[in-house]
Ligand binder design. Structure first.
Ligand code: HEM
Length: 296
């Protein structure tokens, strides 16, 4: 109001009311207008995947290091890791908006960014239904409703098809490992994306008594007697079974039931979730109850 009065000193503020109405309408319009023309920085590989699937990748000016799919996304400028976002580096790109995943952080960095640039926090998705919802949310934001609806119904069909085959007659106890370069091997316990993926497949988590991702204690893992080990690698080759003699001694290690896949493929809960579920399901089912060493 004071700003408007300054602009119209001669009116003594009388014209401020229509002017205020106009600016409020403009603000409302801006809030409701999809981000179709905005230059976006994305933090969260699943969001990037959805944007490509919707054909809106021209809007991307930079992505974080978990945006590894589709392969073209690797050619975009990088702004660091989703859980450790660099404020300066992002602002230097002068984006119109940031789209961030729920795991984006640290919170302090997000708050600093929010002071300068609009930040849209994309909803979390740890279940198939929520993955579909998130596709719709991003499609709506980017004014790609038609493409979004197509992708959403395709995913719905794929999830329904998988669900029809659940539960498996025999459900192996699964040990889920996250192989990060620097942090070594982390076990996926309760309240993790690993647990969420196993829940979606109605498979038991051998490490459900652990909370979150915790460093692997190899001897303790032996006591968990996993019948299948699923390894999510943050970089290809981060995991080598030969480095873990205790894991080799588990029922899974002895029978060669070890599935190693890219971490974003398995755990990002993006549009490739049906394929990730199929991969784990195939490993869980095994061939004649046993699976030869599962190829990458
Ligand atoms: C391309 C994929 C990924 C890359 C390049 C990557 C990279 C990293 C890096 C660099 C760190 C250390 C960060 C720091 O110390 O500040 C880290 C930590 C971590 N990452 Fe990832 N990561 C990836 C995917 C994932 C996925 C899919 C998950 C789980 C769903 C995950 C969970 C974690 C956890 C729990 C930590 C340690 C806890 C923390 O410091 O917050 N990461 N990752």
């Amino acid at each position: 109001m004071s700003l408007l009065r300054k602009r119209h000193p001669s009116t003594g503020g009388k014209r401020a009311v229509p002017a205020l109405r106009l600016s409020l309408s403009l603000m409302l319009l801006m809030l409701c207008t999809p981000l179709a023309a905005e230059r976006l920085v994305v933090a969260g590989g699943a969001i990037t995947e959805v944007i490509y699937a919707l054909g809106a990748e021209d809007q991307l000016i930079a992505v974080d290091s978990t945006s590894t799919w589709p392969p073209e996304a690797r050619n975009l400028p990088r702004v660091g890791y989703v859980r450790a976002l660099p404020v300066e580096g992002i602002l230097a790109l002068k984006p119109d908006r940031l789209l961030v995943a729920p795991e984006a952080g640290p919170e302090r960095a997000l708050r600093q960014l929010e002071r300068v640039v609009p930040v849209t926090r994309i909803t979390s998705a740890w279940e198939p239904d929520a993955v579909v919802e998130r596709v719709r949310q991003i499609a709506e934001l980017l004014d790609r409703r038609e493409q979004g609806e197509r992708l959403a119904s395709q995913l719905e069909q794929e999830f329904a098809e998988i669900e029809r085959r659940l539960p498996l007659d025999r459900q192996p106890r699964v040990l889920f490992l996250l192989a990060t370069g620097g942090h070594g091997l982390l076990v996926g316990g309760r309240d993790t994306q690993a647990q969420a993926l196993l829940d979606a497949l109605q498979l038991p988590n051998a490490a459900e008594q652990i909370e979150g991702f915790k460093p692997l204690n190899a001897e303790a893992a032996l006591a968990l007697r996993p019948e299948l080990i699923v390894v999510a690698e943050t970089a290809e080759g981060a995991f080598r079974l030969e480095d873990w003699p205790a894991l080799q001694q588990t029922p899974a290690g002895r029978s060669g039931r070890v599935l190693v896949r890219d971490s974003m493929f398995l755990l990002s809960f993006g549009p490739r979730l049906p394929q990730a579920m199929e991969a784990v399901l195939a490993a869980a089912r095994g061939r004649d109850g046993r699976t030869a060493w599962l190829p990458r």
